[in-house]
Every structure is written in structure tokens, then in C-alpha cells.
Design a protein around this ligand. Structure first.
Ligand SMILES: [Zn+2]
Length: 388
């Protein structure tokens, strides 16, 4: 078996081992050693000098039910450019169509794929430029027993429930949808990811209702219904953090504002999770992908290690798959090879504000399940990593 040696990079293990300069030897899809590697005949050596190697990123808020829902996009489009190896679909499907998400999207995928099940039976069915009808506008669609049954059938892929509690997704029913979502999540024994948009309900109501381990997404959204007011972080935000609610960026087309972000970071209110919320109306901007979203946080002052953690080890822990968020000898190779770009990049938030980042992180190579992923999202033997 040929070994592939990635040498010269700074390795962010996101593990007890920490960050250091090291060579990685990979054999049969597994990391066999980290450190100084003795070169043997037949080794394929790949120069990674000046680069950093992190676990392949986890994007915990995406919409990848391509073809099954109008908002869905193909993960293949963004994986290589953003170093993403783990895609979590956040509520595109509900009890009525999660089987299709698993059968047609997840099983053939070269990536790790999981889902939050929408508490609305058809999932997000009416989301497109032409048609926008919220899946929680009609409460008859929020059927508890159907959800519980779907959770028991799809335990291997479902990592939580999703509810979109806000005017755009639930009309006037947001408060009730949130209550139903919490009740289902409680019975299922899984976390709830709750989306926030315009009230009702207010972001305070959402934050006060969520349990430890639940997730609020679009947590750095612009006003109205933002987590900040008059230049200060709202009290409910701190209370929820103290209780153990996770804060997820979920950029999307409307969920992230530089202005909110500055206030949050300024008071030390850092996100737990960085995610893109890519879908048909955000994948070509303003969100693009999780690496672009991470760059925005870094541009506003978030330190790189905290940012990487929020897109690797923290989401992996929430998925209850810690190995997906770390680099460790003896485990499968899931790697993002990152490098500071040569050109300044103009970054735009969901409100249209722009800023310039001099050297945004770019992805120079991606390994998922021990395979090199090319620009079309196709897997190749790892020795071809250089060409991918
Ligand atoms: Zn979303």
C-alpha cells in the first residue's frame, strides 16, 4: 500500500495535540502518523509548506436536498472550494420526505451527511425566488407522531429537529411552532435547531425557550429581531449562553450582519458554530460557503483558532461524531488544506455592507473519507491530491 505524505504544513489537530508543524502520513485512507515521517520508497510526497491543515470543515447548516426541494443545492459545488467534508441539512426535509433525502442525496454522497428533521411534514417546500410559502404557516403540517416515527426510522442520519419560528416561515404561528418543535425534540431526545427571522416570536422568546444543547441559527442577524439593541448585546443572549444554548451563524441570504457581529464580538459573545446556510438564494452570494463565512468572522476580529473550532470540533461534538472534527493518528483522514490567499477579497454581509480582507483563507486541497476531492466534488485516490 502506498503512503501519501503531506509535509511542511502547520497542523491544527483540534485535539489535545494542538497546533504544530508536522508531516502527515496517510495509508489506506487513514492517518498513520503525525510528526517527522521517515520517507520510504514508493511514498507519494506532497509539499504543503506555508499551508495549514485542519480537519475538513463541518457546515452544520446547509440545504442539500437538491432536486427534492427547490431551495436545495449540490454540496459538490462548494466542497473543494471551501474545504468542507461534512454537510448537515437543516430542515429541508420533514417526516414526509426524509427518505428521499437519505436515499437519493446522502447514500451516494462522497461526503459525511446528516440532517435536522423539519418538524413540518413536507420540510421547506415553498422556498424559491418565485414562491415563498412558509412550512410552518399551517400548523396542521406540524405532526408530532409523524416526526417521532421518522426519527426512529432514520436514527443513523438525523441529529436533531428543526423549526423555523419567524414571520417568514410561520406567519403568525411562530410562537406555537416553537412550542411544538420543543415538545417533539424533547420526546425524541434530540436537540432542536431554531431559526429566527421577523417576529413573532421575538428573539428573546426563542432564546428563553431553548434548552441546553439546542441551537439558535441566524444568531448574528440584522435588525429587526436582532440579538443586539442600541449597540449592546441583549440580556436574553447572555442568559441563553449561560444555559448552554449553542449559537450558530447560519449566514444564508438574510441571517448575518457585520454590524451585529461587531457588537457581539466586541462584548465577547462569540459564535459556537459557523455555518453557511447555503441554498438556492445564498450559494452565489452573499453566503457562498462555510469558509467564506468563516473569513467574515475573522475579518471582524475573531481569532482563527476559535473560528476553526466553530467549523470543526464543536459541530462534530454536537453531531456526536468527535472524530469528524479532529486530526488524530489511527483515524480516517478528513483534511482541509488551507492557505492565505494572495489577493484581497471583498466580503459582503446579508445587508449589503462590504469589507475587504487582505488575505482570506482559501482551500488548496480537500480529503474526505481518505479520498481527495476535486473541484467537481468527485473523489479520487489520495495520491492524486496535488491534481485535485
Ligand atoms: Zn436554512
Amino acid at each position: 500500500m502506498t503512503r501519501t505524505i503531506l509535509f511542511g504544513a502547520t497542523v491544527h489537530t483540534m485535539d489535545h495535540a494542538g497546533t504544530f508543524k508536522a508531516d502527515l502520513a496517510i495509508e489506506d485512507g487513514k492517518i498513520v502518523s503525525i510528526g517527522d515521517v521517515d520517507i520510504q520508497d514508493g511514498d507519494v510526497r506532497i509539499d504543503c509548506s506555508g499551508r495549514m491543515i485542519a480537519p475538513a470543515l463541518t457546515d452544520i447548516h446547509t440545504h442539500i436536498y437538491w432536486g427534492g426541494t427547490a431551495l436545495g443545492v449540490k454540496p459538490e459545488r462548494v466542497a473543494r472550494r471551501s474545504g468542507t467534508g461534512v454537510f448537515v441539512d437543516a430542515g429541508s426535509s420533514g417526516a414526509g420526505n426524509v427518505l428521499g433525502l437519505d436515499t437519493f442525496i446522502f447514500r451516494p454522497s462522497p461526503f459525511y451527511t446528516f440532517a435536522f428533521l423539519n418538524v413540518s411534514f413536507p420540510g421547506i417546500f415553498g422556498f424559491a425566488k418565485e414562491v415563498m410559502i412558509g412550512e410552518a404557516e399551517d400548523l396542521r403540517l406540524l405532526d408530532k407522531s409523524a416526526c417521532i416515527e421518522a426519527v426512529s426510522r432514520h436514527k443513523d442520519i438525523l441529529v436533531g429537529l428543526k423549526v423555523r419560528a419567524g414571520k417568514l416561515a410561520a406567519g403568525e404561528n411562530g410562537g406555537r411552532a416553537l412550542e411544538i418543535g420543543l415538545e417533539i425534540a424533547e420526546t425524541a431526545g434530540l436537540p432542536l435547531m431554531c431559526h429566527v427571522d421577523f417576529e413573532p416570536p421575538t428573539i428573546e422568546t426563542i432564546l428563553d425557550s431553548l434548552r441546553p444543547g439546542d441551537i439558535i441559527t441566524h444568531c448574528f442577524r440584522p435588525a429587526p429581531n436582532a440579538p443586539v439593541k442600541d449597540g449592546l448585546v441583549k440580556r436574553a443572549v447572555w442568559a441563553a449562553r449561560e444555559r448552554g444554548v449553542h449559537f450558530d451563524i447560519g449566514h444564508g441570504m438574510g441571517g448575518f450582519s457585520f454590524e451585529t457581529c461587531r457588537i457581539m464580538l466586541g462584548e465577547g459573545m462569540l459564535p459556537d458554530l459557523i455555518s453557511s446556510d447555503i441554498h438556492c438564494l445564498s450559494i452565489d452570494g452573499p453566503a457562498f460557503d462555510v469558509l467564506t463565512t468563516l473569513n467574515k468572522l475573522v475579518a471582524l476580529g475573531l481569532d482563527l483558532d476559535t473560528a476553526l473550532k466553530a467549523a470543526t470540533s464543536t459541530p462534530a461534538a454536537i453531531l456526536k461524531r468527535p472524530p469528524l472534527g479532529r486530526i488524530r493518528a489511527g483515524e480516517q483522514a478528513n483534511l482541509a488544506i488551507l492557505a492565505p490567499g494572495d489577493e484581497p477579497s471583498k466580503l459582503t454581509d446579508a445587508t449589503g455592507e462590504t469589507l475587504i480582507l487582505d488575505r482570506p483563507l482559501t482551500c488548496a486541497g480537500l480529503v474526505v473519507k481518505g479520498m481527495a476531492i476535486d473541484a467537481d466534488g468527485l473523489p479520487h485516490p489520495i495520491r492524486e491530491l496535488k491534481e485535485c
